[in-house]
Write a protein that binds this ligand. Structure first.
Ligand code: S3P
Ligand code: PEP
Length: 400
């Protein structure tokens, strides 16, 4: 997305091939950006900050909350009106958290009465603004960073809790003036232009997390994960595993932007864990796996301060609990999390599991199947293609 707004050719190596990423590419193309796509490389012919064109039809966001929210910040500052549509799941997710603050920047976004997609975005010249985020959300923060770049004076954005800073890092790499004061305050200056560059995308730690969990839970495992992104706002899963007593060896590699390194995981004996609000943003997408790890350890673990999980592709608190209970584990639901009483041997109630149309839950069930004493079946497994189409191929490599 940032490459589309730059001037010149941006090359992206090691591009992830999930459906969500493809949704972003297709949306940029529909907005008039030429993108050459090889297997894992993209070449983006950037059109400049305000060079996007009106899309001929409503833009289809499919199941990608990230694409939707980030694009809202960009489209609010263009000189045309656009409309964003989502699939059934995305059309139920909250978007007012983005449209409300965009109004402060002079943006105009009309949502359904429920505050959801479809969104009609009337582009305007934007003004700089000061805004304190009411939720810990990197998607919201990134939308506002884009709006701030397109504004007429500097903006100040204050986070509720520090969240992943990929957008800030990347905007700086493209020449934008984005400064941070401590880990919650960001000052953004309007940009005249962004300069295209070559990027290598680190391995996604959220995808690596399935193998970190599998390697920990399955006896006699040893898995090496190379060139994984180790951005400290994303490595909550490594901290959680370490606190639980897992067997990890982490080696940093030299890097000039995003931190990157290798992680080796070996099977380990775990202890229960207690997670609170400050722990959550760095492990938000891995919480179903943390719950699965906790479900395998005798004793009580708890996850609190994770109410945001209810607004993901599905209500991930309810869905995670349903999966754990189907594995025979005792779980108490809380408004913002759960209390899990784990045990080393699960008694599967019904072997047919559902992904609930959510990629992360589908992969969680597949990892659970590696530990369960009987075969598990997964309905709606195609949801996994959203972020990790090669998941079962990689799993097959590990089983050899
Ligand atoms: O910025 C991003 O790419 C994401 C941020 C997180 O969402 P929130 O920032 O809304 O919590 C995360 O859950 C999502 O999968 C991807
Ligand atoms: C990419 C994800 O979600 P979103 O739809 O919020 O972008 C995710 O859950 O990992």
């Amino acid at each position: 997305m940032i490459g589309s707004l730059a001037t010149g050719l941006t090359t992206i190596d090691q591009f992830a091939q999930g459906e969500d990423c493809q949704t972003t590419v297709n949306a940029c193309r529909a907005l008039g950006v030429q993108i050459d796509q090889e297997k894992t490389r993209l070449v983006v012919h950037g059109v400049g900050l305000r060079g996007l064109k009106k899309a001929p039809d409503p833009l289809q966001m499919n199941n990608s909350g990230t694409t939707t929210r980030l694009l809202m910040g960009i489209l609010a500052g263009q000189n045309f009106t656009s409309c964003l549509l989502g699939d059934r799941s995305l059309s139920q997710r909250p978007m007012k958290r983005v449209s409300d603050p965009l109004t402060l920047f002079g943006g105009e976004v009309q949502l359904s009465a429920a505050g959801t997609l479809p969104a009609v975005i009337r582009g305007h010249f934007l003004h700089g603004a000061n805004y304190q985020l009411p939720v810990a959300s990197a998607q919201l923060k990134s939308a506002l960073l884009f709006a701030a770049l397109l504004a007429d004076r500097p903006s100040r954005i204050i986070e509720k809790l520090p969240t992943r800073n990929h957008t800030e890092i990347m905007l700086r790499q493209f020449g934008a003036d984005v400064k941070t004061n401590g880990d919650r305050e960001i000052i953004v200056h309007p940009a005249k232009a962004l300069v295209a560059r070559t990027l290598r995308v680190p391995g996604d730690i959220s995808s690596a997390a399935f193998w970190l969990t599998a390697g920990t839970l399955v006896p006699h495992s040893q898995i090496r994960l190379s060139k994984v992104g180790l951005n400290p706002y994303r490595t909550g899963i490594l901290k959680v595993l370490t606190r639980m007593g897992a067997n990890l060896a982490i080696t940093q590699r030299p890097a000039d932007g995003e931190p990157i390194g290798d992680v080796v995981v070996r099977s380990g004996h775990l202890r229960p864990i207690t997670l609170g609000p400050a722990d959550i943003p760095a492990v938000i997408d891995e919480l179903p796996l943390v719950a699965l790890l906790a479900a395998s350890v005798p004793g009580q673990s708890s996850i609190r301060g994770a109410g945001e999980l209810r607004f993901k592709e599905t209500d991930r608190i309810k869905a995670t609990i349903a999966i754990l209970r189907q594995l025979g584990v005792t779980v108490t639901e809380l408004p913002d999390g759960m209390v899990i009483t784990g045990k080393p041997d699960w008694q599967v109630m019904d072997p047919v599991f559902d992904s609930f149309g959510d990629h992360r839950l589908g992969m969680m069930v597949a990892v659970a199947a590696l530990k369960a004493k009987q075969p598990l079946f997964l309905a709606n497994s195609a949801a996994i293609d959203v972020s990790y189409p090669r998941f079962f191929a990689d799993l097959a490599r590990l089983m050899r």
